[in-house]
Design a protein around this ligand. Structure first.
Ligand code: NYM
Length: 172
């Protein structure tokens, strides 16, 4: 059986990743392909609940601790991802380790190389689609500003970090 493809959509907040992920799933289904949608952070797990409280400003955590939680949140899904890929299911992933690095490294004193460490060894994407949008346009979209990190200047640094992480398997 052919292994499924691991396709990741990345980008700053409110660029339209979730919308495009759903469209991709529908497109694959229309062509009789098998696919499954994953989203990080996965907010329902124990780490996900802590992350959710942190993002909604109900909980304060140190930058390093929350970085490691985001990474652990991905590792929790590793076995399931491998099984699905092996069974021929294409995985469409709404944010992955690149978000982990791009957001954490936008904070004072957080080094990109240190941020990369915890995610080393996770399944490597076949394709990363980076949705690039002017941070001013993203900031005008509905809901912007509700969660931690949704500030123009911060998002600009996050965008610059994403572009530093770009590899051969990326399409911008
Ligand atoms: N985020 C997301 C991180 O800071 N690190 C990560 O590893 C991941 C996956 O969480 N502002 C940030 C980016 C977003 C926020 O994402 C939640 P979403 O896609 O709005 O649920």
């Amino acid at each position: 059986m052919m292994r499924g493809a691991l396709i990741v959509l990345e980008g700053c907040d409110r660029v339209g990743k979730t919308t495009q992920c759903v469209k991709l799933i529908e497109k694959i289904a229309a062509e009789n392909g098998k696919s499954s949608l994953l989203k990080f952070p996965e907010r329902s797990s124990l780490t996900g609940q802590l992350i959710n409280d942190y993002l909604s400003n109900k909980l304060e955590l140190s930058d390093r601790v929350v970085h490691l939680l985001f990474s652990a949140n991905r590792w929790e899904t590793e076995a399931q991802m491998k099984l699905l890929l092996k069974s021929g299911t294409n995985l469409i992933v709404d944010r992955y380790a690149f978000s982990g690095v791009a957001y954490s490294a936008a904070k004072e004193g957080m080094d990109i190389e240190w941020c990369r460490g915890p995610d080393i060894g996770l399944p490597r994407p076949d394709l990363v689609v980076f949705l690039d949008l002017d941070p001013r346009t993203a900031a005008s979209r509905v809901g912007y500003g509700e969660e931690r990190y949704e500030h123009r200047r911060f998002q600009e640094v996050v965008r610059e970090n994403f572009l530093k992480l770009k590899e051969d398997n990326w399409k911008v």
